[in-house]
Design a protein around this ligand. Structure first.
Ligand SMILES: C[S@@+](CC[C@H](N)C(=O)[O-])C[C@H]1O[C@@H](n2cnc3c(N)ncnc32)[C@H](O)[C@@H]1O
Length: 196
């Protein structure tokens, strides 16, 4: 499905990084080893690589990751890309300073086990940064999944990320990254969690 969506010269989600990621980036340790889950066409991974981080991007879409490599080349930065289904991708244990997940919506029976592997994959002191649509999103008509099991709440976060120190966990209504005037608002969950 995503290969078809990405099969265009346009960058579906643009080439600018997510704003919550930009807000968090200054908190990250220099030269951090970062794993991006469901990276898509590379807007966030390329941004982080441009800040000097060592970034590995995983996505099921080979087409999306080819565009990510193209964007990296245009910006003069280096990325590692891995085409894989996150249900099968073995996250290396205690290996990552930072793991990010932006809008990679998986059903709860797949997401919860993935989150167990995210927790195991972080080094002590490592950070998990996530922004996904919250259960309020369908009422805004501005895209994203419409079924509850693909959306994520504060309560879901507390249940799935047990053992992490939840420094930021909030549901909020914000403007879209692309500021589309016809459907300008989105309902999201933002998380910054540290492995103690
Ligand atoms: C809405 S896009 C977000 C892309 C990117 N993170 C961004 O914010 O621009 C969701 C991405 O998650 C990927 N994805 C969804 N389920 C996946 C899975 N089970 N394994 C790997 N990638 C997955 C899709 O291929 C797609 O690129």
């Amino acid at each position: 499905m995503w290969d078809d969506r990405y099969a265009t010269d346009e960058y579906r989600f643009g080439t600018q990084p997510n704003r919550f990621l930009e807000d968090c980036a200054s908190l990250l340790p220099p030269a951090a080893r970062i794993l991006s889950l469901g990276e898509g066409e590379g807007r966030n991974a390329v941004y982080l690589a441009g800040l000097g981080f060592d970034v590995t991007a995983v996505d099921a879409s080979a087409v999306g990751l080819a565009k990510a490599r193209q964007l990296a080349q245009e910006r003069g930065v280096t990325l590692t890309t891995i085409t894989a289904d996150l249900n099968d991708y073995p996250i290396e244990a205690a290996a990552w300073d930072v793991i990010i997940n932006f809008f990679c919506h998986m059903p709860e029976p797949e997401r919860a086990p993935l989150h167990q592997r995210v927790i195991a994959g972080l080094k002590p002191g490592g950070a998990y940064i996530l922004e996904v649509f919250s259960p309020q999103q369908p009422q805004f008509g501005s895209g994203g999944p419409t079924t509850r099991d693909l959306l994520m709440s504060v309560e879901d976060t507390r249940r799935e990320l047990t053992g992490l120190d939840l420094r930021i966990v909030r549901e909020l209504i914000r403007h879209r990254d692309d500021d589309d005037p016809s459907t300008p608002l989105v309902a999201v969950l933002q998380v910054l969690a540290l492995k103690i």
